[in-house]
Write a protein that binds this ligand. Structure first.
Ligand SMILES: Nc1ncnc2c1ncn2[C@@H]1O[C@H](COP(=O)(O)OP(=O)(O)OP(=O)(O)O)[C@@H](O)[C@H]1O
Length: 292
């Protein structure tokens, strides 16, 4: 199965390639909390202490993300999108409220390698080939060589990079580099994929391709995705739910459901339903601007 634009290829042996419903019911099912949530937060707050004054990056955030959801976080700069992602990933400690990641603390989820994290910049090591970049977390975890090689082959195929394993990052386009960083984030077969504006630096055509490819990957694997973006079109295209945030303090302003069919096509962007959801997101963002 590749991270292609059709989502219709057969999965290689051992890859979780069943449709989401089947995966959720099977032995491979994503682990969830007792309430069934992939991520659950109550009155989550985070105040950064700075030399000037405290920064309320998150205030009283309630969130419930179900397994298999594709949730986008959208909002103006400084509304706490990255902070929320980093709290889920145990990279920041909340100063108030509670959060669980598949029923665990973020610290436990990190130790269990329950999530993969994709940054805006691919952050690949230029002196390592693509396969050795994807392999790095497995090397650090001292996984046996044969196992590492099999996983890397599988993940590179999943993101449509088979044939590029021996290339160096600088020999790849920006979109391909980001595919490699997604493959690396998937190396421990996480149940949750956290992505912080992964396609923000790409040109529009490449971004369209990556959006189609990510939609196919999500449908094929049943991963739960939390995706930060500034683009209304990208949020609507990818998501089952869009969370609109506003700054000072960072808060959730609106949650908008996107009921488009799971398989998204570029043509769908012209549809009345797509436009309707985009208008709701735009209106939500406009409300947030009244904070300025
Ligand atoms: N380490 C830090 N120390 C102090 N303040 C911080 C720190 N990290 C973020 N902030 C502040 O917290 C607020 C939320 O930042 P955050 O990066 O989460 O927002 P964001 O919505 O992701 O913004 P952007 O869209 O620009 O990436 C901002 O006011 C930011 O300046």
């Amino acid at each position: 199965m590749t991270l292609d634009t059709t989502g219709n290829k057969a999965p290689p042996a051992g890859q979780a390639g069943t449709p989401m419903a089947a995966r959720a019911a099977g032995p491979d099912a994503a682990r969830t909390g007792s309430d069934g949530a992939a991520v659950s937060a109550r009155r989550l707050s985070l105040v950064y202490q700075t030399a000037d004054q405290p920064v309320h990056a998150l205030q009283d955030v309630d969130i419930d993300i179900r397994p298999g959801d594709f949730v986008s976080l959208i909002g103006p700069s400084g509304c706490g999108k990255t902070t929320l992602l980093r709290v889920i990933a145990d990279l920041e400690q909340p100063t108030g409220g509670s959060i669980t990641v598949a029923g665990r603390t973020p610290d436990e989820a990190r130790r269990d390698r329950a999530y993969g994290y994709v940054f805006q910049a691919p952050a690949l090591m230029p002196w390592r080939t693509v396969e050795r970049n994807v392999m790095l977390p497995l090397e650090l975890a001292r996984r046996p060589k044969a196992e590492r090689q099999a996983i890397v082959r599988e993940k590179l195929a999943l993101v449509g990079l088979d044939g590029f394993a021996r290339k160096y990052p600088w020999q790849l386009s920006g979109g391909m580099q980001q595919r490699a960083s997604i493959a690396r984030a998937l190396s421990f077969a996480p149940e949750l994929l956290l992505m912080d504006e992964p396609f923000g630096a790409l040109d529009e055509i490449t971004r369209d391709h990556l959006n189609l490819a990510l939609n196919a990957l999500w449908r094929q694997t049943g991963l739960t995705c939390v995706f930060v973006t500034h683009s209304i079109a990208e949020a609507v295209f990818l998501s089952t739910r869009i969370i609109v945030m506003s700054p000072r303090p960072g808060k959730i302003l609106e949650e908008i459901t996107c009921d488009l069919p799971a398989e998204r096509t570029l043509e769908m962007r012209e549809s009345a339903e797509f436009q309707r959801v985009a208008a709701l997101v735009r209106a939500g963002l406009a409300k947030g601007h009244s904070y300025d």
